[in-house]
Design a protein around this ligand. Structure first.
Ligand code: URA
Length: 263
């Protein structure tokens, strides 16, 4: 999968040729910073100017001054240290993945795939992966930088699952899950585990190992019957029907970016 990184594209230039004079090169798409901020939900242009004047906005790591213009295709803009999604064309879909759909863009076996559940253009890819039979929240985007941060273990973004298991885990089983379970690829990091019903557990983990929750529950003798992801970092929504999706709200995107910036 090709993932384009924020800021990796060259700044586009237009060549302006004057009849008798020299050739000058100017950035094609420089936009006032306050306009860029306003566009992604930081309030009126006046409010955005206040943010800039207060020294809370950086462009490529430097504190911005009033009147600053940026290339929204390549500038890394941050407010209070949290990068904002400024590139036009970036999309973020929150999908409620049903069981039986593969978390990929293309399945050689011809099974239904998650990208078929969201608009075909612009092309997006799933952030991380849910097993074929796992249901619940899945983010799809064309923002490679954010996707990498969310999935990279060093950022430790929390994911919450509700697992329906066989039987009722004992206190010692729950303690094992909380302290770390020995799996064939090593001991798991401590998980937050709350029994919701005798055979239903809510687990919060921040690792992203293959089939991790299923293997953890299996390891304590309670195989998973049904698994639903109910939260990705700050994102949760119980109102999305299975197979349906919605755009992320600006606030949610900002919260997500803050979650990976803080990490
Ligand atoms: N853990 C699992 O076991 N499966 C998933 O799909 C996600 C987390």
């Amino acid at each position: 999968m090709r993932v384009r990184h924020r800021g990796a594209r060259r700044r586009p230039y237009v060549v302006v040729t004057e009849p008798e004079g020299p050739v000058s090169r100017e950035p094609a798409e420089d936009v006032r910073l306050q306009k860029v901020l306003a566009r992604v939900g930081f309030g009126s242009r006046r409010k955005c100017d206040d943010l800039i004047a207060a020294g809370r906005v950086t462009v490529n790591g430097e504190v911005a001054v009033l009147g600053r213009r940026v290339d929204p295709e390549s500038a890394l803009v941050a407010v209070d240290g949290a990068p904002i999604g400024v590139r036009p064309g970036l999309v973020y879909y929150l999908l409620n993945k049903p069981a039986g759909v593969v978390t990929t863009a293309d399945d050689p076996q011809g099974r239904p795939v998650v990208v078929d559940l969201v608009p075909a253009e612009p092309r997006v890819f799933p952030v991380g992966r849910l097993d074929l039979d796992t249901e619940g929240l899945l983010l799809l985007t064309n923002d490679g930088e954010l996707a990498n941060r969310i999935t990279h273990p060093s950022y430790g973004v929390e994911k919450e699952y509700v697992a329906h298991v066989e039987g009722s885990p004992s206190r010692s089983g729950l303690r094992l899950l909380r302290e770390g379970v020995e799996l064939d690829d090593g001991i798991t990091a401590p998980a937050r585990v709350t029994p919701v019903e005798p055979n239903v557990l809510r687990l919060v983990i921040h690792e992203g190992r293959n089939r991790q929750v299923r293997r953890m529950c299996e390891a304590i003798g309670h195989p998973v019957i049904r698994l639903v992801r109910t939260r990705i970092g700050p994102l949760s929504d119980r109102s999305i029907r299975p197979g349906a999706w919605r755009h992320l709200e600006t606030d949610e995107l900002r919260a997500l970016e803050r979650a990976v910036a803080d990490a």
